[in-house]
Design a protein around this ligand. Structure first.
Ligand code: GRF
Length: 201
């Protein structure tokens, strides 16, 4: 199964996928490209170190959002992916791309959807909101991407304990280590081994 991974940040989720493919936890999967909207994304270095083609499609290189959307779709299509993985990708997926890859785009979100998700809930903001609400348990979710934001069918979730004195940064790290870096590779392997059919969780 050919996977294209879209990234915006440090790439720790990408690294987890690379490592799980290397140790055989993820079966019959190849990352054919890593694409970022952010030329400075640390994830690009991780791709290069792993010998994976890494490309940037940056909104600032296009005169309007429509042109960026088209360029992103064309770039992803050029790698003919069976699966598109959003691993900390902070750009809204254009509707044309959701349609083109219907049921074949998955996303990792750092909360137990439907809590702390939707517009404006990304990165540290998710954990700030969880701490503000005072939840005792949070976690991460892998879901199929549909036209909405964090609204598609849920594939896997993993709970993580919130501890007294947690800061957003400490909680984010625990959610990444104990949940994100496990369930994103897990979901990819489920799809790669046919344990869930594309588009139906
Ligand atoms: C992190 O906030 C993570 O929780 C979310 O995306 C952000 C970047 O993760 N999934 P990564 O290190 O770039 O994978």
């Amino acid at each position: 199964m050919n996977a294209v991974v879209l990234v915006s940040g440090g790439g720790t989720n990408l690294q987890a996928i690379i490592d799980r493919i290397a140790d055989g936890t993820i079966h019959n999967t190849k990352i054919t490209a890593v694409i970022s909207n952010n030329a400075g994304a640390g994830a690009l270095m991780r791709a290069e170190k792993a010998g994976i083609p890494a490309e940037v499609v940056s909104p600032s290189d296009f005169e309007d959002r429509e042109k960026f959307n088209m360029a992103l779709l064309e770039k992803v299509e050029s790698y003919a992916p069976d699966l598109v993985v959003l691993a900390g990708f902070l750009v809204n997926i254009p509707p044309a791309m959701v349609k083109r890859f219907a049921g074949r785009i998955i996303n990792i979100h750092p909360s137990l959807i439907p809590s702390f998700c939707g517009k404006g809930f990304y990165g540290l903001r998710v954990h700030e909101a969880a701490l503000k609400r005072g939840v005792k348990v949070t976690g991460a979710t892998v879901h199929f991407v549909d036209e909405g934001t964090d609204t598609g069918p849920i594939i896997l979730q993993k709970a993580v304990e919130v501890k007294d004195g947690d800061t957003p940064e400490v909680l984010q790290r625990r959610v990444m280590e104990e949940a994100e870096w496990k369930i994103l590779p897990g979901a990819i392997d489920m799809i790669a081994t046919g344990r869930i059919s594309i588009g139906k969780a």
